[in-house]
Design a protein around this ligand. Structure first.
Ligand code: HEC
Length: 283
C-alpha cells in the first residue's frame, strides 16, 4: 500500500511538473472561425469560376470545352499557371481569412504594445464574458488605468467603444488571433477584423461585410507605444507623442516589453554619441 501511494504521489508530481513545463514552454494560438450555420450569409458567393489562369477566370462550361483539346488541357495545367478553384481552395482561403495574421502579432504586441496600454487582455476577457453569450457589434472595454491622448484624458474604468464584434454564443472577438508563447501573450489581426461584421439582429457573422465602426485609431492610440505606428500613418514625427506622453523627440519613447529586449547594439555617430539603436528580441 505504502509503495502504491508513493508511486501515485510520484506520478502526480511528474504530471504536475509536466503540465508546468508545458505552460512555460508551450506555444499555441487561436482565432475564432464561425461555422457555416453561424453565418448570416452562408451562400454569399457560389463558385462560378472553375480555374484561374494568371488572373483570367475560366467557368466550368469553358473548362469543359478546353478539356476537349490538347492545347486546352495545356491551358488548364499548373504549368500554364492554372489554379483549380474548388471547394478545398475556398476552405483554405476561408481559414486564412479568419486565422492568418502574416506575423503582425509581433509588431502589434512586442513593438506597439497593444496589450500593455490602457486596454489589457484581462479587461477584454472580462468584457467578452460580461456579454454572457449575447452578440455585440461594438465591444465596450473598461480602461485599466488613466490615459491622456492628445488633449483628452480617459479615466480608469471608462468603457471605450472598440467596434470589435463578438457573435452570438461566441467567446472570442472576430478577427483577433491570440498567441500563447512560453508564458508570453500576443495578439494579431486577420482579414476578418475589418472584412467581417456581426449582424446586430441575429448575432450571426456577415462574412465579407466591412466592420464599419471598428475604432482602429483609438485602439492603436491606447497602446503603450503607439508612436511605433506613426511612420505608417503619415504623422509628422515632431508632432507625435507616445500614449505615455513621451517620445516624438526620439528620446523618451518607452518600449513595451523592455525586459524581453536584449541590450541594444548602438550605432555610434561620428561625434561618438548614439546615432540610432536597433532593439533585438531575445529568442
Ligand atoms: C485593419 C483593417 C483591415 C484589415 C485587417 C484588412 N483590410 Fe482589406 N480593406 C480595409 C479597408 C479600410 C479597405 C478599403 C480601402 C479603401 O477603399 O481605400 C480595404 C479594402 C480591401 C479590398 C478591396 C475591396 C474593394 O471592393 O475594392 C480587398 C480585396 C481587401 N481589403 C482584402 C483584404 C484581405 C484579403 C485582408 C487580409 C489579408 C484584409 N483586406 C485585411 C481594411 C482592412
Amino acid at each position: 500500500m505504502g509503495r502504491t501511494r508513493t508511486a501515485l504521489a510520484l506520478t502526480g508530481a511528474v504530471l504536475v511538473a509536466g503540465l508546468g513545463a508545458t505552460a512555460l514552454l508551450g506555444r499555441f494560438s487561436y482565432a475564432p472561425m464561425p461555422d457555416l450555420a453561424d453565418l448570416a450569409n452562408p451562400g454569399r458567393s457560389p463558385l462560378t469560376t472553375a480555374f484561374d489562369v494568371l488572373g483570367r477566370r475560366i467557368s466550368e462550361a469553358e473548362a469543359q470545352t478546353l478539356r476537349q483539346t490538347e492545347e486546352g488541357r495545356q491551358t488548364l495545367s499548373p504549368a500554364s499557371g492554372a489554379v483549380a478553384i474548388d471547394a478545398a481552395l475556398v476552405a483554405r482561403g476561408r481559414e486564412a481569412f479568419y486565422r492568418e495574421t502574416f506575423g503582425n502579432e509581433v509588431f502589434l504586441t512586442d513593438v506597439m504594445g497593444m496589450l500593455d496600454g490602457a486596454i489589457t487582455p484581462f479587461e477584454v476577457v472580462r468584457a467578452v464574458a460580461a456579454l454572457k453569450g449575447e452578440a455585440t457589434t461594438n465591444l465596450q472595454v473598461p480602461l485599466a488605468h488613466d490615459i491622456t491622448i492628445g488633449d483628452r484624458t480617459y479615466k480608469k474604468g471608462e468603457r471605450v467603444p472598440t467596434g470589435l464584434d463578438v457573435p452570438k454564443g461566441g467567446a472570442f472577438i472576430i478577427g483577433i488571433k491570440s498567441f500563447y508563447d512560453q508564458g508570453h501573450l500576443r495578439m494579431g489581426i486577420t482579414c476578418a477584423l475589418c472584412h467581417a461584421a456581426v449582424d446586430a439582429g441575429s448575432g450571426k457573422v456577415v462574412e465579407g461585410a466591412p466592420n464599419t465602426d471598428l475604432n482602429a485609431g483609438l485602439l492603436m492610440a491606447l497602446a503603450k507605444n503607439s508612436s511605433a505606428y506613426f511612420m505608417h500613418a503619415s504623422v509628422p514625427e515632431a508632432d507625435a507623442k507616445g500614449s505615455d506622453g513621451k517620445g516624438g523627440d526620439g528620446k523618451g519613447a518607452v518600449c513595451p516589453m523592455r525586459r524581453r529586449w536584449r541590450r541594444r547594439p548602438r550605432c555610434r555617430s561620428q561625434a561618438g554619441r548614439p546615432a540610432a539603436s536597433i532593439p533585438l528580441q531575445t529568442g
